[in-house]
Design a binder for this molecule. Structure first.
Ligand code: UP5
Ligand code: MG
Length: 191
């Protein structure tokens, strides 16, 4: 059987990764796995032994050790029985990247990285608005600053790494562009 095909979706907090992934699922039949959602689910499981650890990392905008995240991703991939995946919000740092390569390098094919570009002010406005109803423990200005800091220091270098491998497809997810307008560009990347 062919290896599962994976598209990583990266971008700043609030850039619109999740929003675009939902549209890609509808149009192109991918299975969407948000690393953040998988971690939040695990955190909320009272039987989890790493729930408290995940809680602390997320609140501080820090990146959870890859053994946990990649374990959850692989489990979800296998459980789905599907073969085309959008992995949203991963890999976010060098630990994530090397952990993925070690655990999944032989088992899955990374087709490309969809990189959603969006200025920090726009992202901040979106997330603070969402924070009024999301219930996410990190949708507040203190956590958000930490998330941005982590993004700039740790995730941007990962995008650069894939760019050097000519695997990055960049879209403008920013100022004044509606989700549908952004998706018009995303479509081109998948057709
Ligand atoms: N919105 C979206 N697009 C819009 C547009 N074009 N115009 C106007 N509004 C738009 O969108 C955010 C908000 O903006 C929504 O209200 C949306 O309606 C609106 P969304 O699509 O949710 O953006 P997204 O990029 O998915 O933002 P998210 O907050 O999910 O990004 P993060 O990367 O911060 O969050 P994630 O869940 O991936 O990670 C959270 C934390 O988990 C991390 O900080 C980290 O602590 C941990 N984590 C790990 O440790 N390891 C991992 O591998 C992954 C996560
Ligand atoms: Mg998201």
């Amino acid at each position: 059987m062919a290896k599962p095909r994976v598209v990583f979706v990266l971008g700043a907090p609030g850039s619109g990764k999740g929003t675009q992934c939902e549209k890609i699922v509808q149009h192109f039949g991918y299975t969407h796995l948000s690393a953040g959602d998988l971690l939040r689910q695990e955190r909320n499981d009272p039987a989890s032994e790493v729930g408290q650890l995940i809680h602390n990392y997320i609140k501080e905008g820090k990146i959870v050790p890859v053994e946990i995240t990649c374990g959850l991703i692989e489990k979800a991939m296998v459980k789905s029985g599907k073969s085309k995946f959008l992995i949203d919000g991963f890999p976010r740092n060098h630990d994530n990247l090397s952990g993925w390569n070690e655990q999944m390098g032989e088992k899955a094919e990374v087709a490309f990285v969809l990189f959603v570009e969006c200025p920090e002010e726009v992202c901040t406005e979106r997330i603070l608005k969402r924070g009024q109803s999301s219930g996410r423990t990190d949708d507040n200005i203190e956590s958000l600053r930490k998330r941005f800091n982590t993004y700039t220091k740790e995730t941007v270098p990962i995008v650069r790494h894939y760019d050097q491998l000519e695997k990055v497809r960049k879209i403008n997810g920013g100022t004044g562009r509606t989700p549908d307008e952004v998706f018009e560009d995303v479509k081109q990347m998948f057709q």
